[in-house]
Design a protein around this ligand. Structure first.
Ligand SMILES: [Zn+2]
Length: 68
């Protein structure tokens, strides 16, 4: 595991929007995903894409790594 304990940034460093979501790569607990139902998940599925980042802004689509 890499950044599981990284603190989620409050704002997007690109546009400042407070719509940051954690990027999740690889296999995700599918039951957890189903539990979310129609509610908006607080993470984004990155699957196997490269390069890998930690966070994604839901407002502008900016992706970045680190705890900023
Ligand atoms: Zn943004």
């Amino acid at each position: 595991m890499t950044n599981a304990t990284a603190d989620m940034p409050r704002q997007c460093p690109n546009c400042g929007a407070a719509r940051v979501k954690r990027l999740v790569y690889g296999l995700v607990d599918y039951e957890l995903f189903l539990e979310l139902g129609n509610s908006e998940p607080d993470f984004v599925l990155g699957w196997w894409q490269e390069p890998r980042h930690d966070w994604r802004c839901d407002a502008c689509g900016h992706e970045w790594s680190g705890s900023r």
